[in-house]
Design a protein around this ligand. Structure first.
Ligand SMILES: Cc1cc2nc3c(=O)[nH]c(=O)nc-3n(C[C@H](O)[C@H](O)[C@H](O)COP(=O)(O)OP(=O)(O)OC[C@H]3O[C@@H](n4cnc5c(N)ncnc54)[C@H](O)[C@@H]3O)c2cc1C
Length: 430
């Protein structure tokens, strides 16, 4: 297997790396590489989680076979390079879905485990790793949930070595379409109340991150249930052919867009039937949508804060709305307590995610937001971060030292470090 020189970037296109990549086609070719370098998936992490500057990484995307599907038990054994969207497409007609799906179908199973991703059903179903029954590392080691290394691997940022395959417990659901109810929330308080009260299986909120004054924190709550029957025609994917010019996301344009977007849902709410992909992976329909932010790319800030920290969310939204830096992509969601690894992001509370074009002032604003999240007893998400400093992390992730000890014991020469783990000195935690 040969290593080839490449330059690649995180999804936000602010951070990039030049190094060597190997792209094994068969699992037999993976094993000999497995002690040399970390694995990466489809690089859907926004910052530097999947980057290895001046180093090596193994791209797993060609190792995407389904090894076994046990329909009676609802368990699938799949290679780590398979994507969530592929699994959903194959499984839905058979009456199953991956139990947890992040907001992009391009995420690989390896990437979902290594970030212990969450979906729109986190409040009820917990995190991805809670539905993983077995992990096979490329070294041949097989981990089950009671193995201490399992907790270091799930949410473990690839630092226990490449994951070759995993067994996933699936959700049984007859699903051709999603039934989606959209309701406006006029203020932040009413939005949070509705999130708390919602009994829907899937919930997600779009928030107008440019609204100020009485409208601060207004948005649209989407509640979804799986449905069977009518299948609306699939819409064709679109591509962004070039980097968008700077004015495309200038503050007045975003404010106007948000106003119209908010207004498109009638005051009394509405219920729609949507194709599965449109509900779970709404942004995937526009390929390369990350180019809409122009050549300089963008940052995403995502935090989770405890339910008692409503005041922190208000203060964050005030800072965001008055900065003029927010984009229309902003999400507010309720999380449950479910998490499966030492470094899993989820905790009971509210998660806020906002995209910001990379401009003067953006990093400073995100640094302030990180400090606020930490002071409130919350944490930031490694899959999205590109701004935090090493000193920001320990209080946010109380099991960091335990995790570092476990991964350093298995990889004393630090072959699996990535730009993210180095930037945040994660493996030096004591
Ligand atoms: C539009 C969009 C929406 C998103 N929505 C959500 C969401 O709703 N919820 C959520 O939780 N996340 C969300 N994400 C983040 C995304 O799910 C994660 O970043 C995920 O890890 C991406 O998977 P990937 O295969 O691209 O992994 P990469 O980004 O390539 O890698 C991520 C990490 O996984 C490790 N890794 C990858 N494959 C392996 C392997 N086989 N073995 C060991 N380690 C491995 C890498 O070393 C790295 O540390 C979203 C991202 C986008 C772009």
């Amino acid at each position: 297997m040969s290593w080839k020189k490449h330059s690649w970037a995180g999804w936000g296109r602010v951070q990039s790396a030049t190094g060597e990549l190997a792209r094994p086609e068969r699992s037999a070719a993976l094993a000999p590489l497995a002690t040399e370098a970390p694995a990466i998936g489809n690089c859907r992490s926004y910052g530097d989680a999947a980057l290895v500057s001046e180093g090596r990484a193994i791209t797993m995307t060609r190792l995407d076979k389904i090894l076994l599907f046990d329909e009676a038990d609802g368990v699938i054994h799949v290679e780590a390079g398979a994507t969530i969207a592929d699994l959903a497409r194959i499984l839905a007609p058979k009456g199953f879905l991956p139990a947890v799906m992040p907001g992009t179908g391009f995420a690989t199973i390896g990437g979902c485990i290594a970030m212990d991703v969450h979906g729109k059903n986190h409040h009820g179903a917990g995190s991805f790793g809670q539905h993983v029954t077995e992990i096979t590392l490329a070294s041949g080691k097989v981990l089950t949930p009671d193995d201490p290394l399992f907790k270091a691997t799930v949410g473990g940022l690839g630092q226990t070595g490449p994951i070759a395959s995993a067994k996933l417990k699936l959700l049984r659901a007859k699903v051709d379409v999603m039934m989606v109810t959209e309701r406006r929330a006029e203020t932040l308080e009413s939005f949070l109340d509705r999130l708390d009260e919602s009994e829907a299986t899937y919930t997600v909120g779009w928030i107008d991150a440019t609204a100020t004054g009485e409208a601060l924190g207004r948005g649209i709550l989407e509640e979804g249930e799986t449905g069977a029957g009518l299948v609306p025609p699939a819409k064709r994917g679109r591509k962004v052919p070039f980097n968008a010019p700077g004015w495309a996301l200038a503050a007045p344009v975003v404010r106007l867009f948000n106003k119209l977007y908010y207004g498109r849902v009638p005051a009394a709410g509405r219920t729609l039937v949507k194709p599965i992909d449109d509900f779970f992976f709404p942004l995937d329909r526009i390929h390369d949508w990350n180019k809409l932010y122009g050549k300089k790319g963008f940052h995403q800030f995502q935090c989770v804060v405890p339910v008692t920290a409503r005041g922190t969310l208000r203060s964050m939204l005030e800072a965001i709305a008055t900065s003029g830096l927010a984009s229309p992509l902003a999400v507010l969601k309720r999380m449950g307590p479910g998490r499966a690894g030492h470094l899993s992001f989820p905790m009971e509370g509210y998660t806020l995610a906002v995209d910001f074009r990379n401009r003067t002032g953006t990093r400073g604003l995100i640094s302030e937001l990180i400090a606020e999240a930490k002071a409130a007893g919350g944490r930031i998400y490694f899959a999205k971060d590109s701004v935090a400093r090493a000193e920001d992390i320990p209080g946010m992730y109380p099991e960091l030292a335990e995790w570092a000890e476990a991964v350093n014991a298995g990889d004393p020469e630090h072959h699996y470090e990535t730009d993210l783990t180095k930037r945040l000195s994660l493996r030096s935690a004591k």
